[in-house]
Design a protein around this ligand. Structure first.
Ligand code: BDR
Ligand code: CA
Length: 312
């Protein structure tokens, strides 16, 4: 069945590929809107990047909203060292001409969930969870109306990428993550444990380049850009393509394997702030609250990605 989604995002080259995958998959996915949040780079850039991506895909009718410009309680931590100064460094792309919506992103999330039939809208956060947590706090009535939250964030076996203990999206706003993980909404989590198995090899990047399309070329150049950092950091053959895993899961859930377990967020300790403590081995009696993914069929994932990106 076609799923209605809201993409909440901080683009980010991998966010960009996730958005393109969703826009290229109208049989399975209906993108109701895109809400930008501060994360990889500050909000003025993430909302701008979201519009650049929609224009690149030729989907200028998608409403794009600006959401929260700072985490709930902490100062914003950004990741220009990975994504570049604009958040979307790599190829040169024109300034967007499609408008930014006047409405605040959080209000759009709340209104959409109240308007659409209960249980028919899925939220897809690809950045820090500030917008989603703000919506849940301001309008607790929306929680039971959300079909599912499928998010990229956290790690258990891979532990951290921004600190030794924490993954970037959760670390930037751990208080927001705690609200989301305690919300009672069905949660599916794509942590680093899984995304580090979806590496862009040279061959995979070449497939994008050889598509002979403008979008294919852009995806190859973005990947080349952020790979340079990850390859050096991990000594791996490619970089993890984190955020598209969220959208791929909506299209082909059979490519993913995980466990329904308890996941708690560390919000106090300086040392391990933002850690996602997943009870993978079932050693506590804490109730399960999230399907925490651990494995992906990487070649199936890249096959899907290339087939869909080639359509744009
Ligand atoms: C996450 O952090 C961002 O840099 C990426 O876009 C992804 O959402 C990975 O830790
Ligand atoms: Ca992201």
């Amino acid at each position: 069945m076609r799923r209605k989604i809201i993409i909440d995002t901080d683009p980010g080259q991998d966010d960009a590929v996730a958005i393109l995958l969703a826009l290229a998959s109208p049989e399975e996915i209906d993108v109701l809107g895109i809400t930008a949040v501060a994360g990889n780079v500050p909000l003025p850039l993430t909302q701008r990047n979201a519009r650049i991506i929609c224009e690149l895909a030729g989907h200028t009718h998608i409403p794009v909203f600006a959401g929260c410009d700072a985490p709930l309680e902490r100062r914003l931590v950004t990741a220009e060292h990975v994504h570049g100064k604009t958040g979307l460094d790599g190829p040169q792309l024109p300034d967007p001409t499609m408008p930014l919506q006047d409405q605040h992103g959080v209000d759009f999330i709340i209104e959409t969930l109240r308007r659409e039939p209960s249980g028919s809208v899925t939220l897809c956060p690809l950045g820090p969870l500030t917008n989603i947590a703000t919506a849940l706090t301001r309008a607790p009535d929306i929680a039971p109306r959300i079909q599912e939250i499928v998010l990229m964030g956290g790690a258990y076996f891979e532990v951290g990428n921004i600190t030794p203990a924490a993954e970037f999206n959760i670390y930037v706003d751990p208080q927001a993550a705690e609200i989301v993980f305690k919300s009672g909404v069905p949660l599916t989590v794509m942590p680093l444990d899984l995304t580090h198995k979806a590496l862009t090899t040279a061959e995979r990047v070449e497939t994008f380049r050889k598509m002979g399309t403008h979008v294919g070329q852009m995806v190859a150049e973005w990947t080349d850009f952020f790979e340079r950092f990850d390859k050096e950091k991990y000594g791996s053959e490619g970089a993890p393509l984190h955020d598209p895993c969220v959208i791929a899961y909506l299209i082909r859930p059979d490519l993913f394997k995980g466990r329904f377990v308890n996941v708690e967020i560390e919000t106090q300790s300086e040392l391990t702030l933002g850690m996602t403590v997943a009870d993978w081995w079932g050693v506590t009696n804490r109730p399960a609250n999230a399907t925490f993914m651990g494995d992906v069929d990487a070649s199936g994932f890249f096959q899907l990605l290339t087939e869909r990106i080639a359509r744009l």
